[in-house]
Write a protein that binds this ligand. Structure first.
Ligand SMILES: C[S@@+](CC[C@H](N)C(=O)[O-])C[C@H]1O[C@@H](n2cnc3c(N)ncnc32)[C@H](O)[C@@H]1O
Length: 213
């Protein structure tokens, strides 16, 4: 396969990747057949997945609106992320010189985001793991963002379900909350399995790459 220019060097194109599967559900074009195969397999078990992903993005946009309405400066039209840009549109502080730090533990998602955000002085992408919040907070980009100055917003969207009980989600949240300045707002959304108690187990079986037929 010819490697498209948006694919970071070192990416294994034979393995599905969660970020690209997510992109497929959202109707994006940054995914490969191996990702689509996995996405379709998961949909056999859980047909509503694309709808759930879009609802998640809608929540993300509302989170940005909420933050902007509470005085958090967001970069408005300067957001490269289309959903964040839509969330910021027409909001009181949109267009202010707010900085954004994106955090993910997946090197592919990080490398891809860095490619998209090249030349954007207001955005930084940090590779860090939420399960080690102390190390995450010690990242220079995060320290700069949380330093004295403008209010900040922490958006934890569709990520907390990756944290198991043994990984102490309450402690992680406490460490993050305590690090936020007083003028901070917090938006968090986590899918729950109450409506479909049998699905998480079935879904777990899909997180392994299906073999090409
Ligand atoms: C469903 S996506 C959501 C992405 C984004 N928050 C959104 O709503 O569009 C979940 C992301 O969380 C990342 N992730 C999972 N566990 C993580 C962890 N422990 N620390 C940091 N990122 C994590 C995955 O790599 C994936 O890119």
């Amino acid at each position: 396969m010819t490697r498209p220019t948006w694919v970071p060097a070192g990416t294994d194109l034979d393995k599905p990747n969660a970020a690209r599967v997510y992109d497929y559900y959202l109707g994006g074009s940054h995914n490969f057949e191996v990702d689509r195969r996995m996405a379709r397999k998961a949909m056999e078990l859980w047909p509503e997945l694309p709808l759930i992903m879009r609802a998640n993005r809608a929540f993300l946009r509302r989170g940005v609106q909420y933050a902007a309405e509470r005085g958090v400066p967001v970069p408005g039209h300067r957001f490269r992320h289309p959903d964040l840009r839509r969330g910021a549109r027409d909001r009181p502080r949109a267009g202010a010189a707010g900085a954004v730090v994106y955090v993910d533990r997946d090197p592919v998602a990080v490398a891809h985001s860095r490619l998209l955000l090249t030349d954007d002085p207001l955005s930084e992408v940090v590779e860090a793991d939420l399960r080690n919040p102390e190390a995450l907070l010690a990242q220079p980009a995060v320290e700069r963002l949380l330093g004295p100055g403008e209010p900040v917003a922490l958006l934890l969207v569709a990520v907390l379900h990756f944290i198991t009980d043994a990984e102490e989600p309450e402690r992680l949240m406490r460490v993050l909350r305590d690090a936020l300045p007083r003028a901070a707002c917090w938006c968090s959304r986590t899918p729950v399995s109450r409506a479909a108690p049998t699905r998480p187990g079935r879904t777990r079986t899909c997180t392994r790459a299906p073999r090409p037929r």
